[in-house]
Design a protein around this ligand. Structure first.
Ligand code: SF4
Length: 507
């Protein structure tokens, strides 16, 4: 049952922050509500640090104690403490003084929540995700017109304007013939990408507000949020969020589910799924979705990350320096060989290396795969977080940094990613269908003593140049970047030895 009624500015208040559908969070909420009627308990969305969830935030008189993952008796004790007019600081990992009316999570001085900055993540874990009064909606009197000079680029593989100027897409949609429509593509089958889920869980009204601002600007009277059919909890969460804000926004999106498949998360495959196609595959382009998208209508397709940034650009235009070419923060999930993943936010010039401070790594760091399953492998994370900087470094721009330890073999890891690309692609174009198979076979050949680096690189160039969509174009990237960083290890395999010891059985 939804019992929240806004959290911002209340005192005392106990917040319970966790992902949508967390059973542990529901137990903590129930225990807290049973412990003291006098203390309001608000179930908020995830703050981004899995190791802390469910995270209890006990607030009184402008001070908040952060208590991670408490037991039920501990919850009862801490709520009783708040009811007595005190703060439960004994098991707290941080105690932070702040403006009593602040609308974003007060950031501790250290620990994982202190990594980077919290701009679009700011409300996550702190606001009531279903209370319009906790989220200052911009689309009630502004449109994305006010973000057109921001220089904002689309974020994520599911965005039709990924790494390109979002405002150019909006201009194309506005000038195209037909009834425009806006699609928020939130269907991500890869569980390591948690950026969109964190934003939709913690600040869904901000994302819906960004969607409405874009819809109002391009003249769309309808919009769609496209979610993974297997994520029932997020779907229910968004249903409540949409209902909560229906009387406030100029355009209220429909929720539509799509298959739990990697390929269904691509921007044009999403349109196929939304149209009910039997076979979900990327469309041939041109035409782009901006002129011929959902049912042939001019269509904006962005991810929740992009819409959250649009709202921020409308609200805080000075936060975006268009002259840098790729302004705005980047939300990233840090995962891989870690005890628990975390989702953090970095400024565009901040070093990606900072993400390591948000997690406990298991084993000594060896390499990272940056930018999703088909991202780039590197030994060196000292690269700026902006998409432009990552692209220049040969890395991926999607919202994932996987930290991989010394037990990992770069050949085995690259091989897994190549095999994934070979099975996940739609088969629609030859470079994607045959190229991914050849890539996986060429890596398999290394184990048989045949390491043809020039052939692998040439295949990679052809696939990058001629594949119909990013799956084929990006499939060679983990392989070629792994060879760049670890060529001696590839050669060692061709000579019958895996330096990391991970491939013993295969040699
Ligand atoms: S690159 Fe792969 S996923 Fe994309 S259209 Fe070609 S075969 Fe399909």
């Amino acid at each position: 049952m939804i019992q929240n009624a806004g959290a911002v500015g209340r005192s005392p208040v106990v917040r319970v922050a966790a992902a949508a559908g967390s059973g542990a969070a529901e137990r903590v909420v129930q225990a807290a509500r049973d412990a003291a009627d006098a203390v309001p308990v608000c179930r908020t969305g995830p703050a981004g640090v899995d190791a802390y969830e469910p995270l209890v935030l006990a607030t009184s008189d402008g001070t908040t104690a952060f208590v991670p993952d408490p037991s039920v008796p501990a919850v009862e004790g801490l709520v009783a403490t708040v009811a007595d007019g005190d703060l439960p600081t004994e098991d707290a990992v941080a105690v932070v003084e702040h403006d009593p009316d602040r609308a974003t999570l007060p950031v501790p001085d250290d620990g994982p929540l202190a990594v980077g900055r919290r701009a679009v993540l700011g409300p996550c874990g702190w606001v009531d995700p279903f209370a319009p009064e906790d989220t200052a909606l911009v689309s009630t009197d502004s449109t994305a017109l006010e973000a057109t000079d921001s220089g904002l680029r689309g974020r994520g593989r599911g965005d039709a304007a990924a790494d390109e100027a979002a405002a150019e897409t909006w201009a194309t949609v506005r000038s195209a013939d037909g009834d425009p429509v806006v699609v928020c593509n939130a269907n991500e089958s890869r569980t390591e990408q948690r950026a969109d889920e964190t934003l939709l869980g913690g600040a869904p009204l901000a994302v819906l507000d960004g969607i409405a601002a874009v819809a109002a600007y391009v003249g769309a009277e309808d919009a769609v949020v496209y979610v993974n059919e297997d994520d029932d909890a997020l779907h229910r969460h968004l249903r409540v969020a949409v209902d909560a804000v229906a009387d406030h926004l100029p355009v209220v999106p429909q929720l539509v589910v799509g298959p739990d498949e990697y390929r269904a998360g691509g921007p044009t495959a999403a349109l196929e799924a939304l149209e009910g196609a039997d076979r979900i595959e990327p469309r041939l382009q041109p035409p782009t979705p901006a002129t011929h998208g959902l049912y042939g209508r001019p269509t904006v397709v962005h991810t929740p990350r992009t819409f959250a940034q649009v709202r921020r650009a409308v609200r805080y235009p000075d936060a975006f320096e268009a002259s840098t070419g790729d302004p705005g923060t980047r939300v990233l999930t840090v995962t891989g060989d870690v005890t628990a993943p975390a989702t953090v936010e970095l400024g565009p010039d901040a070093s990606l290396a900072a993400v390591r401070e948000a997690v406990d790594e298991t084993g000594a760091f060896k390499m990272a795969c940056v930018g999703g399953v088909l991202g780039g492998i590197t030994r060196d994370l000292d690269v700026a977080a902006s998409g432009r900087a990552r692209d220049a470094a040969g890395l991926g721009t999607d919202a994932v940094v996987e930290l991989l330890n010394q037990r990992r073999c770069p050949l085995a890891d690259a091989g897994e990613r190549a095999r994934f690309a070979a099975t996940a692609n739609s088969g629609r174009c030859v470079p994607g269908r045959e190229g991914t198979k050849q890539l996986a076979e060429l890596l398999r050949d290394v184990y048989d003593g045949d390491f043809e680096t020039d052939k692998i690189r040439e295949l990679g160039r052809v696939m990058a140049r001629s594949s119909n969509c990013r799956t084929g174009a990006h499939a060679p990237r983990p392989v070629t970047t792994a060879i760049d960083a670890f060529e001696p290890e590839f050669r060692a395999h061709a000579n019958g030895r895996c330096p990391s010891g991970a491939c013993t059985e295969e040699l």
